[in-house]
Design a protein around this ligand. Structure first.
Ligand code: FRU
Length: 506
């Protein structure tokens, strides 16, 4: 071949990104050992999946060939964890897909960067945004967002999904959907299969701020897609719960119990309803996480995403420590060299009220270390109890309270700059986390069952499986937190409390 033509061909191939695997290896950082600044950071999470360095946001979990995979949005520039600083106005953060893998849902290892654009770091980087991973008859297949409007595809030949190659016919969908008046952006596909047909919903919003809309596509081969119709569109009467949302990011859809669930990222809202004529009809709604970041609009977590494992469990992960880090502690994160983490894996079920219950996956018990136990302790305002021997930065506390005459009873986390109380408020029939108040209707004779997971600066609270919330702690020092059980205005019984030091997932 003529020398010039062969050189041109090589350039074209690289620009096109065909040698995706090679490109990813050459341009991604090695991830086999954690850098010093992470290892020595006392507040780096020990039992939540966090980025090896750099920035993590949305999870893209999948169960594939006997293992759990957590892909995630990843910006790996150390001094620029959010990937935004120094970008020209209108330029988007440079995202890749990071990857962690686990065979037991507890212990994880970091894998090589899974997807990276061949234009990564250049001004015209098309940005590999969120998407979905599916098992297409044994081939790991990723559908992901490019340029905030098109959907591309990549496949993996590896059983451990270590490397992906871009499907050369990408984009498999070129937005916008015909006849749907969207605002111009469309992203974050979610994909499932019914019979021999694949379906995909994508997050979007109607022009003129008329609200979120989720277009539906279908395909028989994952490469040729046909737009069907809007799968769901929020009407203005639903705007009260969506706040001022005009766009739906990262929608997710799956059956649960005898119903269907549509999850919208805003406030981690989920809708339970019917699925008819390939449209979603909501009947009830709730939130997967009631944590409050500084702005009420944003939950303590954002973008809950889900996998279905070989035991038939619908397992959720969510991007934790999210907006807070963007809005308030960006400089801290730059100093730390990492930002963002995922919630614990949460197993979802539909309860008798037709709403979603969530529990941490039972496998997490494997992390239990030093154990302290307390039983049958009457609590009054004078006898509130600091738990002997319970102190640390990584703790699980599981407590059962029997209500009595007390108006407020629960746990307090000590050694924090801002006080933290997690308690049942009898008058308002709600679970309280400081000022955050979430309805929780304990029936007559029903106990308050709290599970609290502390990991560095993050706390996850589960109350009777019905209320889950994730918040950020402000520790006083590196010495670790202590825990107090209390009852105000009257008496309650601490029936049982187990506390464990939690081990590392790495
Ligand atoms: C949600 C989101 C997605 C987008 C991704 C970019 O957090 O904004 O809509 O695909 O993050 O990282």
């Amino acid at each position: 071949m003529d020398h010039k033509i062969s050189r041109l061909l090589i350039v074209v191939l690289f620009a096109w990104g065909l040698p995706g695997t090679v490109w990813a290896q050459k341009h991604s950082p090695a991830i086999d050992t954690l850098p010093k600044w992470v290892v020595t950071d006392p507040f780096y999470p020990k039992y939540h999946v966090a980025p090896p360095f750099g920035w993590m946001n949305d999870p893209h979990p999948v169960y594939f060939k006997g293992a759990y995979h957590l892909f995630y949005q990843f910006s790996f520039v150390r001094d620029n964890p959010y990937g935004r600083i120094g970008l020209a106005k209108g330029q988007r953060p440079q995202r890749t897909w990071g990857h962690a893998m686990s065979t037991d849902l507890v212990h994880w290892k970091h894998m090589p960067v899974a997807l990276i654009s061949s234009l990564h770091g250049r001004p015209n980087d098309p940005h590999i945004f969120s998407g979905a991973v599916v098992d297409n008859n044994g081939t790991g297949t990723v559908l992901y967002t490019i340029n905030n409007i098109d959907i591309w595809m990549a496949t993996s030949k590896d059983d451990d999904l270590a490397t992906f190659t871009k499907y050369p016919g990408s984009p498999v969908i070129k937005g916008p959907p015909p006849g749907l008046d969207i605002s111009g952006e469309m992203r974050d596909p979610w994909v499932w299969k019914e019979g021999n047909t694949w379906y995909m919903i994508i997050g979007s919003g109607l022009k003129g701020g008329k609200g979120p809309v989720i277009p539906l596509y279908r395909s028989t081969n994952l490469t040729e897609w046909e737009y069907v119709h809007p799968f769901y569109r929020a009407d203005s009467s639903q705007f009260d719960f969506l706040g001022d949302a005009v766009f739906c990011e990262c929608p997710a859809f799956f059956p649960l119990g005898n119903k269907y669930v549509l999850v919208l990222s805003d406030k981690t809202t989920y809708l339970v309803g019917r699925y008819e004529d390939h449209r979603f009809i909501p009947e009830k709604r709730g939130r997967l996480d009631y944590g409050e970041a500084p702005s009420i609009k944003d939950g303590g977590i954002y973008v809950p995403e889900f996998l279905l494992d070989n035991k038939g469990r619908r397992i959720m992960f969510g991007w934790a420590d999210s907006w807070r880090s963007v809005q308030h502690t960006l400089q801290d994160h730059i100093k730390a060299g990492w930002a963002g983490m995922q919630t614990l894996p949460r197993v979802l079920t539909l309860n008798e009220e037709g709403l979603i219950d969530a529990e941490p996956a039972e496998e997490l018990d494997k992390l239990h270390g030093d154990h302290r136990e307390f039983a049958g302790i009457p609590l009054t305002p004078d006898s509130s109890k600091i738990l002997d021997g319970v102190k640390g930065l990584q703790l699980e506390v599981k407590a059962v309270f029997q209500p009595g005459t007390s108006t407020n009873f629960g746990l307090e986390v000590l050694d924090v700059l801002d006080s933290v109380s997690i308690f049942y408020d009898v008058a308002s029939r709600s679970l309280r986390y400081n000022q955050v108040s979430v309805p929780l209707d304990l029936k007559r004779g029903e106990n308050l069952e709290l599970r609290v997971f502390i990991d560095g600066k993050t706390i996850e609270v589960y109350a009777n499986k019905k209320v889950v919330l994730t918040e950020q702690l402000k520790p006083e020092s590196e010495a670790g937190y202590r825990i107090k059980a209390f009852a105000r205005d009257g008496m309650a019984v601490l029936q049982q409390l187990d506390a464990w030091q939690m081990g590392s997932i790495w």
